[in-house]
Design a protein around this ligand. Structure first.
Ligand code: NAP
Length: 305
């Protein structure tokens, strides 16, 4: 299997994948995509369940997304995941979307349904909720939550999920603050408006937001590059804060390093990816996912094995 396939490969899928031992019927679509840790996790699950197919990476540019998704049924796909920057675009393309996807305004899991219909789902919120419970030992509903990068795909999904989970207070911060206004209106339809705060991304707003929050969820991509600064300076973090960084490309992200120096507990996004994988597998195959096998494969990949 190639590390990454392209849109041109997808157009000639039968020829390009003719020599594969297993048919490639699942994929993650993104731009860039080479970093994705999903294939080893899903391939271990498929193998453990005796499902004779494989999961690969597809590098799809935004202008190719609609055509790529519409090709999937005729190429024999069971489903796909969508990641940066396709989650919002995918919602506009799918034929149907579940409640989580509609609330989130994005789709990160697609199942090819009857008659080749594209069925869209969002697993970001559920993945986050299960990961926070496992990694930080708290239930979302008991928390006052600050979502950093709330205007992005993951940020909107997580913010909506927090509102749906009836968290005690919800603060939304985004570099481009204008993106938060439609989100705030959508959240206010399912959650008390007086429990929502919205702010631009600056130190004064961060200090105020941290003061009124217990759990910080970083949904911005700040921290993906090793040289990135922490999204929150350590000086603003108190030992009582819990910090969940959705970034999973490093064991210790810049936010986790800041948390550590402030004496606060933190976790990276690897467990969120695991639980999202569990939900996606169940959507595609309508059967329980082999979570332990997926965990082992995902964490081995993350350790560079
Ligand atoms: P996205 O839709 O492109 O959103 C990116 C977000 O990051 C936006 O809010 C953007 O702000 C913000 N941002 C980017 N650069 C920034 C900077 N220098 N300073 C401040 N904010 C900045 O991407 P996404 O799909 O939501 O993914 C975002 C992050 O979540 C990624 O790191 C991804 O790995 C992670 N994630 C993890 C999981 C998991 O399972 N662990 C799942 C989904 C996503 P603007 O709106 O101002 O551009």
């Amino acid at each position: 299997m190639k590390a990454v396939y392209t849109f041109a490969d997808l157009q000639s899928w039968e020829t390009v994948t003719a020599d594969e031992k297993l048919p490639l019927r699942l994929a993650v679509l993104g731009d860039p995509i080479a970093h994705s840790a999903s294939p080893p996790m899903h391939n271990a699950a498929l193998s453990a369940c005796g499902l004779e197919m494989a999961y690969c990476r597809l590098h799809i540019h935004p202008e190719e997304l609609a055509a790529a998704l519409h090709l999937l049924p005729s190429k024999g796909f069971v489903g796909v995941n969508c990641t940066i920057p396709h989650k919002g675009g995918a919602l506009a393309i799918v034929d149907e979307a579940d409640t989580h996807a509609r609330l989130a305004g994005s789709v990160n899991t697609i199942r090819i349904g009857k008659d080749g219909l594209l069925e869209g789902f969002s697993t970001d919120g559920l993945g986050l909720e299960r990961a926070v419970s496992e990694q930080l030992g708290v239930e979302l509903s008991t928390m006052r939550v600050l979502v950093l990068g709330a205007g992005g795909g993951a940020g909107q999904a997580v913010s909506m999920h927090c509102a749906n989970a009836d968290v005690r207070h919800l603060t939304l911060i985004n570099r481009t603050v204008e993106k938060l206004h439609p989100l705030q209106e959508a959240i206010a339809e399912i959650y008390p408006r007086e429990q929502i705060s919205v702010a631009a991304w600056n130190d004064a707003a961060l200090a105020k937001a941290l003061d009124q929050s217990d759990l910080v969820v970083n949904c911005s991509s700040l921290g993906m590059k090793p040289e990135d600064p922490s999204p929150i300076p350590a000086s603003l973090i108190a030992p009582r804060h819990l910090l969940f960084d959705t970034i999973y490309t490093a064991d210790h992200t810049p936010l986790m390093r800041a948390a550590e120096s402030a004496g606060a507990r933190s976790a990276n996004g690897l467990t969120m990816l695991l639980y999202q994988g569990e939900v996606a597998f169940e959507i595609w195959f309508q059967r329980p996912a082999p979570l332990d096998v997926m965990r082992e494969a995902l964490f081995a990949q993350a350790r560079g094995k």
